[in-house]
Design a protein around this ligand. Structure first.
Ligand code: PMP
Length: 980
């Protein structure tokens, strides 16, 4: 059965003013009719009057319906609520409360009217309407709720369902027609009329085939509530209002939900997909639903604006009518800007379904093409992807790169070269962009010999000739060939093989689109490509060459990784992007999306540095051997390292990693002192070898770290003045005293320490600065008892702090041994121990020291070149300036957002610590992960760090620019403001 629209005027019957019943009268009704006494407060409503009533049994909602509802509709709602309560308890909905007379629906007098009156239980939960950003999981919740409501109502029937509801999309055309005059602005009025006409026309053929049943019709952000999950996101699991219950198209329920998601993300319509997928998972959508979905979303947008404008006219003082108007227009515009074909193709692709039959037919016709350029035999294909060898050293940012590469490729072959179809071009990336750039090419660009003739690949009609562009329509859809001297004019009928024109001097662009009415872009985003690639098919059959860019499947690659690589060698993100290039402080994934890299402290001088690459390449060609040979690089680099250390620390050991450096430092200290015991601090990370792991006490990395320490490791409290045993800037002496007492104790037990090891900025805690006075007092105590002091500068040293080269400098101390790695090699495995000649010589007691690749010619050249770059590019000063800028901005955010509990660190080694409560310092761990996931969507790579994974770690390449830092801070503010 298909519900027919009643008389057009009936369709807008409901839009009369709200009942004139106030709070006192509501309280009286609650008391007299339901025997309920309690505090009454008014709740907002578009058309009704709703009051909250606090009763001893819990909160209730007293509802007085708009005059035009009619009693059967209200009876139907109550029956539906009782039906749902029986059918599906996986989501919550209000339950009708009986009156003193045992019935559920009563009358309330309002002037001459008798209005339907009800009392319902109040559904607890937080609304979603206040949440600006809807995470994909939340969008999926909405879709799932809509489907579960539809499913629970599938076998519900009631005479009251056959009513005229203005929101019923079956009647959308009539409703919009009737309300249109309320839109005062003529241009907007005309636009709504036109858009609604297109949507109804599109819907008409499929409408009779749509499934009809009782539907909720209003599962939107305004109408659902839920509890917060661990990360603080509202997860809707309850529907609060059933006022739009009607017999209608099943798929309309989903359309309404989808439209409400658009309000939150009008610029990114693909963000509705999780709702569609979730709906489909509960109530599978058929071909007709999929064809009707977007026209219904558009109609919902049009009904919203028409009705909103109308209601605002009728009841200008009603905030709940006037308030949402702006966001209703946002929904309308977001919906109308997505072409119907694109929406359908995108949804079908997301559901793993083939394109609709009409698209498949056009695609088949494309495959039947005669050659577009019959004289061209060979075409060289150029690679503009993220891994292209033509795009190093930032060349991808040059506006002329594509053209130059194409021309060079043509010159090197037989004069013909082409770009690849559906390739995400690195040349189209946009650094520091919060939205994904349109990188995917929907057509191809070619360089061909001048005067090459282009012919019609099929029998076709010339639709347009515009400058050098010839546009022809055929059974395969629309073909555009630009860059020709046209040989045809508009309206010409051309047979397959007939000339269209000849190539001029510039590039040729070829683009196909199955639907001549669609205005297809030349490039689309990663979100857009599944849909657009269906509508703008691969033109390979026209060129006789496989033009398709290689298919990239990061998920399949990840599976292979998981199959072969130890799982404990973890990766960031549950579904990581595939990163295949870095350039300075940006990372680029295989969609050619740019991310600001805020975590790769190892790439200190930036990614892809050409000077470093050249130096490595040259040395690899010359020599790469080991430290047992005599060559200049090892001497020169060691001299430079020693010169960077304080006076007296003049002897260098070269190794391959931070772990190896720490391991060696501990062995050196033990040998030099003839002792075995070591004092380390809790919550620290020092490495992964046996010895460096022995002093690694972080429970984040190893939850049993404190249980299985060897007996020679003695632990002092984590010197974290923010949340440690002693707090505040004056806590240094307290922490130091604890170490002194520990040293005294172990010495008195006959086990004086060989060494004390810690990071001079507490990197593993998220960049927490050690409290003043701590390090000098601890070093004094340790030395008093004959121990050596090791400063682990693997993370925090080497200029990153901006204001200091070494972190220990800020405490006015000089360690006996420095360990360094990471930044030293900019990613090339390279580490060092720097100590005094005396300590180093004492180690000869252990025989000789050799590390096969430690101090190799290539490593030493890398080390020297990194130092050259840091110096020549002023990267330490940059770390100071940009770091200070970030700190200032973070402190400002801390003033406005309570979740920001502290800003740690210095220069470009920073940590933004997130807490649920500033008093208890309860770590906001789940929130921190969620914030990082959202920042990634916005184009920023940040990760949680610290013992409780509640600190946003900020340790980017030292070449981070002020512009990119500002962009990151903007994104962070967006996330803190709009949610995650
Ligand atoms: N010490 C510190 C302070 C570190 O942070 C790390 C690594 N995160 C290491 C040592 C070990 O360095 P690597 O990973 O190069 O072995």
């Amino acid at each position: 059965m298909s519900p027919d629209a009643a008389h057009p005027d009936d369709a807008v019957l409901e839009v009369s003013p709200r009942p004139g019943i106030g709070r006192d009268r509501a309280a009286q009704l609650a008391r007299e009719v339901y025997g309920v006494d309690g505090t009454v407060s008014e709740l907002g409503s578009h058309q009704d009057r709703n009051f909250g009533v606090e009763t001893p049994e819990g909160r209730r909602v007293l509802k007085i319906a708009n005059r035009s509802w009619g009693r059967p509709a209200i009876e139907a709602q109550n029956a539906a609520l009782l039906h749902i309560a029986e059918r599906d308890t996986s989501f919550h909905a209000p339950v009708p409360v009986a009156g003193l007379d045992g019935t559920h629906v009563h009358d309330a007098r309002d002037g001459d009217d008798l209005l339907p009156l009800r009392l319902l239980t109040y559904v607890e939960g937080e609304p979603l309407s206040d949440v600006a950003h809807l995470a994909p999981a939340v969008v999926a919740d909405l879709g799932s709720l809509a489907a579960r409501a539809s499913s629970a109502l599938a076998d519900f029937d009631h005479p009251g369902l056959d009513r005229v509801v203005q929101w019923d999309l079956v009647r959308a055309g009539d409703v919009i027609g009737a309300l249109l005059p309320s839109i005062a602005d003529p241009a907007r009025r005309a636009l709504v009329a036109e858009v609604a006409h297109e949507a109804t026309t599109r819907l008409a053929p499929v409408a009779p085939r749509l499934r009809v049943q009782a539907i909720h019709g209003d599962v939107t952000d305004d109408n659902v509530v839920g509890d917060r999950d661990e990360a603080g996101r509202v997860r809707p699991d309850a529907i609060i209002d059933f006022g739009d219950l009607a017999r209608s198209w099943l798929v309309a329920d989903l359309a309404v939900t989808v439209a409400s998601v658009l309000r939150h993300h009008p610029e990114e319509p693909a963000r509705v997909l999780p709702a569609v997928l979730a709906f489909h998972g509960v109530v599978p959508l058929d071909d007709h639903d999929l064809e009707a979905l977007w026209p219904l979303v558009v109609l919902r947008g049009a009904v919203l604006v028409a009705s909103g404008e109308h209601q605002a006219l009728l009841d200008p003082d009603n905030e709940s009518a006037v308030g949402p108007l702006e966001s209703e227009w946002r929904i309308f515009h977001a919906a109308r800007t997505v072409p119907f074909d694109l929406a359908e193709a995108t949804v079908r692709a997301a559901l793993g379904l083939d394109p609709p039959a009409r698209v498949r037919a056009a695609q088949a016709a494309v495959a039947d093409a005669a050659p577009l350029f019959p004289t061209v035999r060979e075409i060289a294909l150029v690679d503009l992807s993220v891994t292209s060898d033509q795009l190093h050293a930032g060349r991808f940012l040059s506006p002329s790169a594509e053209r130059e590469i194409l021309r060079a490729a043509a010159a090197a072959s037989e004069g013909a070269a082409s770009t690849r179809y559906a390739e995400p071009r690195l040349t189209r990336t946009v650094p520091d962009s919060a939205t994904a750039p349109a990188t995917y090419a929907l057509g191809i660009d070619l360089v061909l010999p001048v005067a090459t003739v282009a012919v019609a690949p099929w029998d076709a009609v010339v639709a347009r000739v515009e400058g050098s562009a010839v546009v022809v329509d055929s059974a395969a859809g629309r073909l555009t060939v630009a860059g020709l001297r046209p040989a045809v004019v508009e309206g010409d009928a051309v047979a397959a093989g007939a000339p269209l024109g000849a190539v001029g001097g510039g590039e040729v662009h070829v683009h196909l689109c199955v639907d001549p009415t669609l205005v297809a872009p030349a490039f689309t985003t990663a979100d857009g490509i599944p849909g657009w690639s269906v509508l703008c098919p691969d033109p390979s059959p026209l060129l006789g060459v496989d033009l398709a860019a290689p298919h990239d499947d990061p998920a399949a690659l990840l599976e292979r990784r998981d199959d072969v690589l130890a799982r404990v060698q973890e990766h960031y993100y549950a579904e990581p992007m595939r990163i295949e290039r870095g350039w300075r402080h940006h990372l680029l994934d295989t969609d050619a999306r740019s991310y600001v890299d805020m975590v790769n402290n190892v790439a200190a001088v930036g990614h892809g540095h050409p000077r470093l690459a050249d130096a490595v390449s040259r040395q690899m060609r010359l020599l790469n051997t080991n430290s047992r040979f005599h060559y200049a690089a090892i001497t020169e680099f060691s001299e430079r390292l020693a010169a960077l250390a304080p006076d007296g620390l003049d002897t260098v050991f070269l190794v391959n990693s931070g772990s190896e450096a720490v391991d060696l430092a501990l062995r050196i200290a033990q040998t030099a002192t003839g002792r075995h015991d070591v004092v380390a601090v809790r919550e620290a990370y020092h490495g992964a070898t046996m010895l460096s792991d022995a002093v690694t006490t972080s429970l984040y990395d190893n939850p049993t770290a404190l249980e299985d320490r060897p007996d020679w490791v003695h632990l002092a409290s984590a010197p974290n003045a923010f949340r440690g045993r002693f707090r505040g800037p004056g806590s240094g002496p307290d922490y130091a005293l604890e170490v002194r007492e520990l040293v005294e104790r172990i010495a008195s037990e006959g086990r004086p320490p060989a060494a004390f090891i810690c990071e001079p900025v507490f990197g593993n805690a998220g960049g927490v600065l050690l409290p003043e006075g701590y390090l000098p007092a601890v070093y004094d105590a340790v030395r008093e008892f004959g121990g050596l002091c090791i400063a682990d500068e693997v993370q925090v040293g080497y200029g990153r702090l901006g204001h200091h080269w070494w972190a220990f400098e800020m405490h006015g101390v000089t360690p006996d041994i420095i360990t360094v790695a990471k930044a030293m090699g900019n990613g090339q495995p390279l580490g060092a121990v720097i100590t005094t000649r005396a300590v180093a010589d004492a180690f000869t007691a252990q025989g000789s020291f050799f590390s096969s690749a430690g101090g190799s010619p290539v490593s030493c050249v890398v080390g020297s070149t990194v130092l050259d770059i840091i110096g020549d590019e002023g990267l330490q000063a940059n770390a100071a300036a940009v770091g200070d800028r970030i700190v200032a901005r973070c402190l400002e955010l801390m003033g406005r957002y309570p979740i920001v509990g502290a800003v740690h660190g210095m220069g470009l080694y920073l940590g933004v610590e997130l807490v649920r409560d500033r008093e208890s310092l309860e770590p906001a761990t789940a929130e921190c992960y969620a914030v990082c996931d959202r920042l990634r969507e916005l184009g920023v790579v940040v990760q949680p760090t610290g013992e409780r994974a509640n600190v946003l770690k900020i340790k980017p390449p030292m070449c981070l620019t002020a512009e990119s830092a500002d962009f990151v801070m903007e994104c962070l503010e967006t996330v803190l403001r709009d949610g995650w």
